[in-house]
Design a protein around this ligand. Structure first.
Ligand SMILES: Nc1nc2c(c(=O)[nH]1)N[C@H]1C(S)=C(S)[C@@H](COP(=O)(O)OP(=O)(O)OC[C@H]3O[C@@H](n4cnc5c(=O)[nH]c(N)nc54)[C@H](O)[C@@H]3O)O[C@H]1N2
Ligand SMILES: Nc1nc2c(c(=O)[nH]1)N[C@H]1C(S)=C(S)[C@@H](COP(=O)(O)OP(=O)(O)OC[C@H]3O[C@@H](n4cnc5c(=O)[nH]c(N)nc54)[C@H](O)[C@@H]3O)O[C@H]1N2
Ligand code: SF4
Ligand SMILES: [Mo]
Length: 718
């Protein structure tokens, strides 16, 4: 028996695992009690790592689609063909005719993160999409404008704060996002035990809301109004003595802009009474330390960027930005922000180009995924003809999935780097599967940038994937160098690929860790990190913004011009008088891709529509009834669950389901298909400032279904 220690790669919490193996088999997965960061905590998903490794549906060889059949082929053949066909499309229709989509697991994949930047630079397309624009893009844009770098994301110091105001996040189910802190339940309990306060604002009494000191329902999409009123209340009084107003540019502009938003004026739209808003502002600004934290619920809505901006403003003007107990900026030992090209992640950009059909801006070098299908379906110069997906399932995870199904079916070429034949990859001509997570080294590159303590952890692979396997980074390098060769690329390009491949992830990590000395105060070697078997914990966060701020003014930009201008759109917004749809996460889900794990899908059907008793009564519905939920773009049939957990006028469905599509090779998931909420969410509903999808607050109608829940909407592709 061998014992291995590593961080779990399934969500952002970085829990330390203790995995026992016998030969080629995993015999147990438990929490690592000696991990200084997670101290033995783990959630029910961790053991899925074993199933994912053993899953008979996980692909082990490249597949080529021939009609409706799939044929296993060799690696060289697959990589040659993929590179050649991408090259052909680019030669015939221009570089930008090839699109790329990067999904969420990329952020948990060391090799992909280290090799991605060089690969995408080689491919040279501006048509880049990712799960970022159905997720945290508004936070990144606000950081780009206010702090000068898209990844200077302030993290709530949950371990030391006295007052946590949480908007649109449910860490008891999600385990935290843009907030890496294993065991948030325990950390939030500790907040209470030390006399602190947790206030949750959410249209649903989520698992987190149910444990808070106070929970306020809010009408979906109106958080920016609430935040403006809170900022107004705070700025109407003199700033607290410890607030360094000189550190801010635009304070007077923010004060003037917020002054129209009194608690009374936002009360009807938000659903929070004026005294509640006033008391919240007072409690927040008078707490010894306080932090406002907003996540998915505040970013996937039509005013996501306003929310992200105003959350930062509220923390700043109450003196809680960059101080213990407030919102802090991690400085991890390995920091991709300060690496040299081609490994680095840049400060971000905005509006250098616009999407062809709808004119939405590029942000950080990407276009919003909500425009991807229309760019494929709309003929003309610049039409997208080919797609490479990497660790993504946009058919289930991006709005208007049925339209995307149609768009993908019409492409000249599609290749997917993915271990499963799922709702998205079934459209590919080639699937290139990497080995399982247990067959590769693991070092979190992204999450220490979002962690409440300074941490680093390295673990080697548990199993050797064997000679007939290619890691994600090898696939990116394999395609990159072939593309260079097809284009007759120069010596420099060829040498870059040779050097990167020779170095491999391990030596790149070592290099990056050592370079950490440039950006901050570390400068460790990989050997030093790896020597800490249970992970390195270098202590709580320290104020870092002065050293890290990258704005031209050298100050925090409190009032970015484009954000300020967007307030007018908020003022014009009309409330929907019908039902609106929000989403929810369950502890045992992970977006769309863990439903093939039997242990995680057992028990009662989770793909149900929550509806308030008043709304159910008005429609004559009772728990268990099959209902048809329809929106502008589609309809699904699901069982209803009547509950006052959601506020009147709001219904809730989980995302990531809808495995009943033809041609999917996911035996377990297909037996629990559920319906895809993204067959309802609308690609035309976006936060127009960032282009982020407005997945929350989708207007829907709900009626009793003529048939049993089956979740197959009429029409659509295959
Ligand atoms: N309506 C609605 N939609 C949502 C959300 C919501 O709350 N509501 N949430 C959004 C959010 S936050 C996100 S992040 C997105 C996620 O969107 P996506 O990232 O597009 O979707 P996932 O379901 O995470 O799919 C992950 C894919 O990666 C593959 N994969 C897993 N591990 C690896 C690996 O190591 N290498 C490779 N190459 N492939 C791998 C899986 O097989 C799967 O195909 O969904 C978004 N969509
Ligand atoms: N179990 C599980 N864990 C996960 C994932 C998963 O799919 N399952 N996905 C992972 C990923 S990729 C991410 S990004 C994170 C996301 O982690 P979180 O940001 O915590 O996301 P959610 O759990 O979706 O919580 C969003 C909350 O916002 C509320 N909400 C909806 N609309 C509004 C609104 O307009 N205003 C306000 N104030 N609230 C609103 C919803 O009711 C919900 O409670 O979770 C990660 N962890
Ligand atoms: S909380 Fe996240 S990181 Fe921790 S065990 Fe669960 S899935 Fe893994
Ligand atoms: Mo996400």
């Amino acid at each position: 028996m061998t014992t291995h220690y590593r961080a779990c790669n399934l969500c952002e919490a970085m829990c330390g695992l203790r995995i026992e193996t016998e030969g080629e088999r995993v015999t147990s997965i438990r929490g690592d009690d000696d991990d200084p960061f997670s101290r033995g905590y783990l959630c029910p998903k961790a053991t899925a790592l074993q199933h994912l490794h053993e899953d008979p549906d996980r692909l082990r060889q490249p597949l080529r689609r021939e009609g409706t059949q799939w044929k296993a082929i060799g690696w060289d053949e697959a990589l040659d063909e993929a590179a050649q066909r991408l090259h052909d499309v680019q030669r015939r229709h221009g570089r930008n005719a090839v699109a790329t989509y990067q999904g969420n697991p990329t952020t948990h994949n060391t090799g992909a993160l280290l090799f991605g930047p060089a690969f995408y630079r080689t491919l040279g397309t501006r048509s880049r999409f990712s799960a970022t624009s159905v997720d945290q893009l508004p936070h990144m844009l606000a950081a780009h404008w206010m702090f000068g770098h898209q990844l200077l994301l302030p993290v709530p110091d949950v371990d030391r704060t006295d007052f946590l105001l949480m908007l649109g996040a449910n860490p008891l189910a999600s385990n935290g996002s843009l907030l890496t802190a294993p065991n948030l339940r325990g950390r939030l309990d500790a907040l209470k035990q030390r006399g602190g306060t947790l206030v949750v604002v959410d249209p649903r009494r989520s698992e987190t809301a149910a444990r808070a000191d106070a929970h306020h329902f809010i009408r979906p999409g109106t958080d920016a109004l609430l935040l403006l009123a809170l900022v107004n209340e705070v700025l109407a009084a003199p700033l607290k003595a410890h607030v360094d107003a000189d550190a801010f540019a635009g304070l007077d502009e923010v004060r003037a802009l917020a002054s129209a938003f009194t608690p009374e004026s936002v009360s009807a739209a938000t659903g929070l009474s004026a005294p509640t808003v006033r008391a919240l502002a007072r409690a927040f600004s008078s707490a010894k330390t306080a932090v406002c934290y907003g996540r998915m619920g505040t970013s996937v809505q039509p005013f996501g960027t306003l929310c992200a901006w105003l959350i930062n403003v509220l923390n700043a003007v109450t003196g809680n930005l960059d101080r213990p107990g407030g919102a802090m900026f991690p400085m991890p030992p390995f920091d991709p922000r300060w690496l040299p090209r081609p490994l680095s992640i840049g400060p971000g950009s905005y509006g250098r180009t616009r999407s062809r059909v709808r004119g939405l801006p590029e942000v950080g070098g990407e276009l919003p995924v909500s425009v991807m299908a229309e760019e494929m379906l709309t003929p003309g110069d610049g039409q997208l003809r080919a797609l490479l997906t990497f660790a993504g399932n946009p058919v289930l995870s991006t709005p208007n999935g049925r339209q995307l199904d149609r768009a993908l079916a019409g492409l000249d070429f599609m290749v997917s780097i993915d271990p499963y034949l799922n709702e998205t990859t079934r459209h590919a001509h080639l699937i290139l599967p990497p080995p399982s997570a247990l067959e590769r080294l693991h070092f979190d590159v992204v999450f220490p940038m979002l962690a409440v303590r300074t941490v680093a952890k390295h673990a080697d692979a548990l199993f050797d994937p064997g000679p007939d396997a290619r890691h994600d980074w090898q696939l990116l390098a394999g395609l990159g160098k072939r593309l260079d060769a097809l284009r007759g690329g120069g010596l420099k390009q060829r040498l870059t690929w040779v050097a990167l491949e020779r170095l491999g992830p391990k030596r790149l990590l070592d290099l990056g860790l050592r370079l950490g000395a440039r950006g901050g105060r570390w400068g460790l070697s990989l050997k030093q990190v790896a020597a800490a078997t249970h992970g390195l914990d270098l202590g709580p966060l320290e104020p870092a913004l002065r050293r890290r701020l990258q704005t031209k003014s050298g100050r925090v930009e409190l009032c970015p011009a484009l954000a300020a201008a967007d307030v007018a759109r908020l003022e014009r917004a009309q409330a929907s008088d019908g039902l609106v749809l929000i989403n929810r996460r369950h502890t045992r889900d992970c977006n769309s891709w863990l439903h093939n794990v039997p242990k995680l899908v057992s028990g009662a059907d989770r793909c149900t529509l929550l509806m308030h008793p008043t709304d159910a009564k008005a429609r004559g519905l009772e728990t268990g009834a099959a209902v048809t939920v329809s929106s502008r773009v589609g309809a699904v049939t699901v069982p209803v669950h009547v509950s006052d957990e959601v506020m009147p006028g709001v219904v809730s469905l989980p995302h990531g389901y809808g495995h009943g599509r033809d041609g999917v090779r996911l035996q377990v998931a297909a037996a629990h298909p559920g319906a895809s909420v993204n067959d309802l969410s609308d690609d035309q509903r976006v936060d127009v400032l960032s282009g982020n999808a407005a997945l929350s607050g989708v207007p829907v109608e709900v009626t009793r279904a003529p048939s049993r829940p089956g979740c197959q909407p009429a029409g659509g592709a295959r």
